[in-house]
Design a protein around this ligand. Structure first.
Ligand SMILES: Nc1ncnc2c1ncn2[C@@H]1O[C@H](COP(=O)(O)OP(=O)(O)O)[C@@H](O)[C@H]1O
Ligand SMILES: [Mg+2]
Length: 394
C-alpha cells in the first residue's frame, strides 16, 4: 500500500522562501507509485495549510490563507493519531463540514532555520510519535546554535577556526572588554556572526576596530548570542553531504561553492539563476578541486560529525580550507540542507527519488527503535505519598 507522507515547508523563519523551493523540489521528485504526498505549507505567520494547490510555486508567491482550495491543519502532540488534523472541523450538532483529518504515515520536514531545523518541530513529531525523516531534537538543536555546536565540536576534537563567543548583554555592558578580548585572542581580520541564523544573514567581516564595532552591532541586531571568528583570507570552501543513521553513513560527492573575496550574500545564494532552483542553482564546482588526501579527510570528518550529533537522514557539513597552510576546518553542519543537497548525490549515481526512499526508510527504522524503549518505570513513590504532601517533596 502507498504510504502517505506529509512534506512540510515554508515556516516562520527568515529562510521561509528557500524552504518552499526545497519542499516543492522534494515533492516533485518523490515516487508517485510509492507515496501519496501530502503538502503542508506553513505560512509566514506559522499557520499550517494543506491542499494540492500548495505544490504550485505561483500559488505560493501570492499566498492567500482564505483560498477555497486549501485547508488549515495541524499535528496534535498527543500520540496515536498519525494524522494531519483539520483545524476547520466543526463540532456540535450542526457541525459537519467538508473538513476531514488526513492520515499520514511519516513526515519529511523540508524546513530551514528557526522553527523547523532547530529541533522544535522534531519535538512535535516525537511527542506525536509520528516517524520523521531528519535528525532528532538534540542533533538539530546543537547544529542550529553555532556556539553550542562549536563547544560540542571542540569536545570531540574536530578542527575549528579560533573563535570567541559572548552575549549582547555583555557587549552592551562593556564594549571595550569584548573588543580587547577579540583583538587579543583572535586578531584582525575577523568574522562576526549571530549564533542562531543561517544563509549568511547578519554576518560581516571586520578589518579594524571601527568595522568590528559595526559588525558586532549588525550581528547583535539579529541575535543575543554572538561569535567572532578569525577570518580566513585565502580560503576554499568544501561541502559534503551525509546520509544515513547510526553506523550506516554514506558520504556524497564534494562541492566547492565558488566564492569570491567577499562571501556570498543571501540574494546571491538563492536568487541567482532566476527561478526556483534553490541551492542547486548556486555556482559551484563538483567535484571540489582538492587532493585525494584532503577529500578523504573531509569525508571521514563528515562521518564523525554525523555520528557525534546522532544525525539521521540527509545533512550537509561545510568546511573551510585555509589555502595558505592547507589546513582543514569544520565550519558548520546543516541538519536540513537546502535542496536536501541532492545535487551532491546525483553525480555519484544516487538519484533524488532514492534519497527520498532512504530518508523515509530511516524515519521508520528510528520510529521502531523508539517503540522498543521501555517508557514505564514502576516506582513506589506515589504509593508512599500522603494527600497534600507532594509540594514538600524534592
Ligand atoms: N572564519 C571565516 N573566514 C572566512 N570566511 C568565513 C568564515 N566564516 C564564514 N565565512 C564565510 O561566510 C559564509 C557564511 O558563514 P557560515 O558560518 O556558514 O554561516 P551561515 O550559517 O549563515 O551559512 C561562509 O560560507 C563563508 O563563505
Ligand atoms: Mg553556511
Amino acid at each position: 500500500m502507498k504510504k502517505s507522507i506529509a512534506v512540510l515547508y515554508g515556516g516562520k523563519t527568515a529562510e521561509h522562501d528557500v524552504s518552499i523551493i526545497t519542499g516543492v523540489q522534494l515533492m516533485d521528485n518523490a515516487d508517485k507509485n510509492k507515496y501519496n504526498i501530502v503538502p503542508v505549507y506553513i505560512a509566514r505567520d506559522g499557520q499550517w495549510y494543506t491542499g494540492e494547490k500548495l505544490r504550485d510555486i505561483e500559488f505560493l508567491k501570492t499566498f492567500d490563507g482564505n483560498s477555497k482550495d486549501i485547508e488549515k491543519v495541524y499535528i496534535s502532540p498527543i500520540p496515536g493519531s498519525s494524522s494531519l488534523m483539520s483545524a476547520e472541523k466543526k463540532t456540535g450538532f450542526f457541525g459537519g463540514s467538508k473538513a476531514q483529518d488526513i492520515h499520514i504515515d511519516a513526515v519529511i520536514p523540508a524546513m530551514h532555520g528557526m522553527n523547523g531545523e532547530d529541533g522544535s518541530m522534531q519535538g512535535l513529531f516525537q511527542l506525536a510519535e509520528i516517524p520523521y525523516a531528519c535528525t532528532g531534537i538534540m542533533g538539530s538543536a546543537v547544529g542550529m546554535d553555532k556556539i553550542v555546536m562549536k563547544s560540542v565540536f571542540k569536545g570531540c576534537g574536530f578542527p575549528q577556526i579560533p573563535y570567541i563567543n559572548f552575549t549582547r548583554t555583555q557587549w552592551n555592558e562593556d564594549q571595550n572588554a569584548i573588543i580587547n578580548r577579540a583583538e587579543a585572542e583572535i586578531g584582525y581580520p575577523m568574522i562576526v556572526k549571530p549564533s542562531n541564523l543561517g544563509s549568511s544573514i547578519g554576518i560581516s567581516k571586520a578589518t579594524d576596530k571601527d568595522t568590528l564595532i559595526t559588525a558586532i552591532k549588525v550581528a547583535a541586531s539579529y541575535d543575543r548570542r554572538l561569535i567572532i571568528e578569525h577570518a580566513v583570507e585565502n580560503l576554499m570552501e568544501v561541502n559534503c553531504s551525509c546520509l544515513g543513521f547510526e553506523d550506516d553513513i554514506k558520504v556524497s560527492e564534494l562541492e566547492e561553492p565558488v566564492t569570491w573575496e567577499s562571501f556570498l550574500t543571501f540574494d546571491e545564494k538563492y536568487l541567482r539563476g532566476g527561478k526556483s532552483k534553490g541551492m542547486a542553482s548556486l555556482d559551484r564546482r563538483i567535484p571540489a578541486q582538492i587532493s585525494q588526501e584532503m577529500a578523504d579527510n573531509v569525508r571521514q570528518l563528515s562521518k564523525n560529525i554525523f555520528a557525534a550529533l546522532d544525525c539521521k537522514g540527509i545533512v550537509r557539513i561545510d568546511f573551510i580550507i585555509d589555502k595558505a597552510t592547507n589546513t582543514l576546518y569544520v565550519n558548520e553542519i546543516n541538519s536540513l540542507p537546502g535542496s536536501f543537497a541532492f545535487y551532491l548525490w546525483d553525480p555519484i549515481g544516487v538519484t533524488y527519488p532514492t534519497l527520498i526512499d532512504e530518508m523515509i526508510n530511516q524515519a521508520f527504522v528510528l520510529h521502531k527503535q523508539m517503540q522498543d524503549n521501555n517508557y514505564a518505570y514502576d516506582s513506589n513513590i506515589l504509593s508512599k505519598m500522603k494527600a497534600g504532601s507532594a509540594k514538600l517533596v524534592k
